[in-house]
Design a protein around this ligand. Structure first.
Ligand code: AMP
Length: 212
């Protein structure tokens, strides 16, 4: 099974993808996490990606698609994947479709998590990430047991550079799933829309129902 999670920044894609990957046997692939890992390790790819990420802009398709295709070519991705943060546009969606088709697969479900803008701005401000394992927390909606510390591995929590208010506005403007991308999956019959303005558990339950 191959599933894509769509939604604006702050809709809960990362948190829900982690939960769904735990509840199913799907491999969680997040292009944002891959870029952040490269930034942390100061690779050439990371240095390039950072110039876009810091401004809240998308990394160019050519670079992103190459990285993603390399990742899904590895053996652990053959049984099923939960894509989080990819595709962001039709060019990326088409590249993913083509790569899956070459292996006799396709996107079985595209899950669109919708949340109003005002709520997204509030959410992105309160977000914390573990420096070691990448787990996500939220001050208000999903706090760690001990402030500043990861429940999972004890790592230090930090806030993303691109969660600063001025960058958040650009990300919301430039990174909402474009209508053409949503139409791409609607036309393929794989789109399911999920109301993201509910509790984390309620959203997880709806997402799981939509892929089962
Ligand atoms: P995310 O964690 O999904 O919010 O991604 C963080 C940043 O990584 C984004 O603001 C983009 O700069 C970059 N990024 C992640 N996924 C993609 C993608 N599919 N296409 C282009 N840029 C991406």
């Amino acid at each position: 099974m191959f599933v894509v999670l769509l939604g604006p920044p702050g809709a809960g894609k990362g948190t829900q993808a982690q939960r769904i990957a735990e509840a199913t046997r799907l491999l969680h692939i997040s292009t944002g996490d891959m870029f952040r890992e490269n930034v942390k390790n100061e690779t050439e790819l990371g240095k390039l990606a950072k110039t876009f990420m810091d401004r809240g802009e998308l990394v160019p398709d050519e670079v992103t698609i190459k990285m993603l295709l390399e990742r899904i070519g590895r053996p652990d991705a053959s049984a099923g994947v939960m894509f989080d943060g990819f595709p962001r546009n039709v060019v990326q969606a088409q590249a993913l479709d083509d790569a899956l088709a070459a292996g006799g697969n396709r996107i079985d479900r595209a899950l669109l998590i919708s949340v109003p803008d005002e709520e997204l701005i509030a959410r992105l401000g309160g977000r914390w990430i573990c420096r070691d394992c990448g787990r996500l927390y939220h001050e208000r909606n999903d706090p760690p047991k001990v402030a500043g510390k990861c429940d999972h591995c004890g790592g230090e929590l930090y806030q993303r550079e691109d969660d600063r208010p001025e960058v958040v506005r650009t990300r919301l403007e430039k990174q909402k799933p474009p209508a053409a991308l949503i139409d791409h999956y609607r036309a393929a019959g794989s789109l399911r829309e999920i109301d993201g303005q509910r509790s984390l558990d309620a959203v997880t339950a709806s997402l799981l129902e939509a892929i089962r």
